[in-house]
Ligand binder design. Structure first.
Ligand code: ADP
Ligand code: MG
Length: 249
C-alpha cells in the first residue's frame, strides 16, 4: 500500500442468512504491522466476517480492498498467493510427520512445488524450515512428530506454517482457544513481535479480554452484526455500549 493507505479496507460488508442480517454494513481498516481484534458476544458476526474475508463465504454486499485489490468474489484458494494467511481453530498439521517436515511442505506449497518422499529424504527446504521454526521458538523440537507436541507448541508450529507463504495479512480465528492462560500471553507476544518485524497485519478474534486488551493495537466490537465501537483498549473498556453488551450494565 502507498503511504497512508490501509492494507485492508472493509466497507459496507454485509451477509444475510434468510431474514437474519449476520453482518450489517461493517466497516474497518487495517494498517501494515497492526494487530486488530474483532470481538463481540456469541452470534455477533465475527466468524461470518472472517469467512467472508477468507473467501470461505460469499458476501451479499460491500467491498474488501486488500492493497487496493477487491477480495470479494475470489475463491479462498486465491488468498494465499495474494499474501493473506489464515490459521484455523482445528489443527491443520500432519500429526504423524515431523515438525520440520510440516514446515517444509508449507514452504514448498507456497512456491507451487510438489512435495514427495524423495524430497523429504533429500532434506530439501530443511534449512529454511528450521529458520522459520527458530522464529517461533520451536527449532529444538524440529524432529519430533507433531503428535508428541504440547498443545501450545502445536500453535507455534501452525504459526510457522502460516508464515511460510510470507503473508502480509494473517487472519487468526481464536488463536488462543484451549490454551492455558500462561501459554496465551506467550503466543500473543510472539505473534505481535512477528507482526512488527515483518510489517504483517494481524486480524484476530478472541474471547479472552486479557488477550484482547493486552495485545490488540485496535479493537472492533460487533453486536448482532453491527459494528458498535472501535478504538484502543482504553477507549473500548470505557465505552458505554460495549459495557452494556458485555456486562448488561
Ligand atoms: P460469532 O462468530 O460472532 O459468534 P457468527 O458469525 O457465527 O457469530 O454468527 C452470526 C449470526 O449469523 C448468528 O445469528 C448465527 O446464527 C448466524 N449464522 C452464522 N452462520 C450461519 C449459517 N451458515 N446459516 C445460517 N445462519 C448462520
Ligand atoms: Mg464464531
Amino acid at each position: 500500500a502507498s503511504s497512508g493507505e490501509p492494507l485492508l479496507n472493509v466497507r459496507g460488508l454485509t451477509k444475510r442468512f434468510g431474514g437474519n442480517v449476520a453482518v450489517d454494513e461493517v466497516e474497518f481498516s487495517l494498517a501494515p504491522g497492526e494487530m486488530l481484534a474483532l470481538i463481540g458476544p456469541n452470534g455477533a458476526g465475527k466468524s461470518t466476517t472472517f469467512n467472508m474475508l477468507g473467501g470461505q463465504l460469499k458476501a451479499d454486499g460491500g467491498s474488501v480492498l486488500f492493497d487496493g485489490t477487491e477480495l470479494l468474489g475470489r475463491p479462498s484458494g486465491a488468498m494465499a498467493s495474494m499474501g493473506i494467511g489464515r490459521t484455523f481453530q482445528i489443527s491443520t498439521l500432519f500429526a504423524s510427520m515431523r515438525v520440520v517436515e510440516n514446515v517444509q511442505i508449507a514452504l514448498m506449497a507456497s512456491q507451487g512445488r510438489i512435495w514427495n518422499a524423495w524430497k523429504a529424504a533429500a532434506d530439501i527446504g530443511r534449512e529454511a524450515a528450521l529458520e522459520l521454526l527458530d522464529q517461533v521458538g520451536m527449532r529444538d523440537q524440529a524432529d519430533l512428530p507433531c503428535s508428541q507436541l504440547a498443545y501450545g507448541d502445536v500453535k507455534r508450529v501452525e504459526l510457522a506454517v502460516s508464515l511460510a507463504a510470507r503473508p502480509r495479512l494473517l487472519l487468526m480465528d481464536e488463536p488462543t482457544a484451549g490454551m492455558a492462560p500462561s501459554e496465551r500471553a506467550g503466543l500473543m507476544a510472539l505473534v505481535r513481535r512477528l507482526a512488527r518485524e515483518r510489517d504483517m497485519a494481524v486480524l484476530f478474534t478472541e474471547h479472552s479480554m486479557d488477550v484482547v486488551f493486552g495485545y490488540a493495537d485496535r479493537i472492533v466490537v460487533l453486536s448482532r452484526g453491527r459494528l458498535i465501537a472501535q478504538g484502543d483498549a482504553q477507549a473500548i473498556q470505557s465505552h458505554a455500549q460495549v459495557q452494556a453488551v458485555y456486562f448488561g450494565t
